[in-house]
Design a protein around this ligand. Structure first.
Ligand code: NAP
Length: 285
């Protein structure tokens, strides 16, 4: 009997139980995945509770992705680089390991066996928060030539660049800039890691349409937002026949990775994707 869950505050819009409970059932694993809405002042207690109540692991969401690190025994290289944990794995002896499966989820959504097609290319990231750090970590692993990060506050962007440079062993050029100076002329991969365009502000786009119209025809546009699945950014890119990736696939992939780490079984990714898309489609009706 496996016990899994998610901790955050507030939690009522989490899609993770919708993916993980059917995944457990489909894999024939007895157990459940439960939401634990936890006030920030109770975080430390909740971390201890998961251990004493025999949990195998849990997901971590807003606002605890950074604060939880100080209560964990260890964190992975990916979580260290991203400065954030979204998955905790608890060993049978009660030791906690914090991981960041967003790094893997971002990469897996490309649906490629290797990333040679991105070697030496330029990426632009919009946003400099937790998601941007996970994406930056992934891009370093994918060996791009240049990564530029744009957000409204230079201080935030510079801090993200500093963190990423700790794992930047290949000397990739990682540059901080502000969104006012956005220049995406020679970009091969444009990634939105800001909440601009997310429900209910679905009429917003983090980049002006005229800049998207100037992107090179091979540029890939990736939006981490999954509410809605087709953001204005993705719509503009598709209208120019650019290749796009939307946040729902990354969400499924990061969930599948967490499932595998907790259960040591292959995640039934088709079931997880089907349940997630069903829930997202129902929300928009
Ligand atoms: P966060 O930590 O709050 O960071 C948001 C970032 O966006 C901040 O760095 C902020 O920096 C920047 N920003 C806000 N408005 C901006 C604008 N107008 N132009 C440029 N930058 C702007 O949030 P997060 O956890 O990183 O999440 C970001 C988004 O990714 C959310 O929509 C979330 O749902 C999504 N996400 C998706 C997945 C997935 O699996 N698909 C996983 C993680 C996150 P400044 O204040 O300096 O502008």
């Amino acid at each position: 009997m496996i016990k899994l869950g998610i901790i955050g505050y507030p939690l009522k819009h989490s899609l993770s139980p919708i993916m993980h409970n059917p995944a457990l059932k489909h894999t024939g694993i007895e157990g459940s995945y439960q939401p634990f809405e936890t006030k920030p002042e109770n975080l430390e207690l909740a971390v201890k509770d998961f251990i004493s109540r025999g949990y195998s692991g849990y997901n971590v969401t807003i606002p605890f992705k950074i604060d939880i690190i100080k209560y964990l025994d260890n964190i992975t290289e990916e979580a260290k680089a991203a400065g954030a944990v979204n998955t905790v794995i608890i060993s049978p002896s009660g030791k906690t390991l914090g991981d960041n499966t967003d790094v893997y989820g971002f990469m897996a959504a490309f649906d490629k066996d290797d990333f040679e097609f991105l070697t030496g290319k330029n990426a632009a990231i919009i946003g400099s928060g937790g998601a941007a750090r996970a994406v930056g970590t992934a891009l370093i692993k994918m060996n791009l030539a240049k990564i530029t990060i744009f957000s409204r506050t230079f201080k935030n962007t510079a801090a993200t660049v500093e963190t990423l440079n700790i794992i930047n062993h290949n000397n990739i050029s990682i540059i901080a800039n502000t969104i006012d100076n956005i220049d995406i002329d020679n970009v091969d991969l444009l990634i939105n890691c800001s909440p601009v365009g997310m429900y209910p502000d679905t009429n917003k786009c983090p980049v002006e349409k005229k800049l998207i119209d100037q992107l090179n025809p091979d540029c890939i546009v990736y939006d981490l937002i999954y509410r809605p699945q087709e953001t204005l950014l993705i719509k503009y890119a598709r209208s120019n026949n650019l290749k796009t990736i939307s946040g729902d696939e990354m969400l499924v992939q990061q969930g599948a990775m967490a499932f595998e780490k907790w259960t040591n079984k292959k995640a039934p990714i088709n079931i997880m994707r089907e349940k997630l898309l069903e829930a997202l489609n129902n929300e928009t009706r």
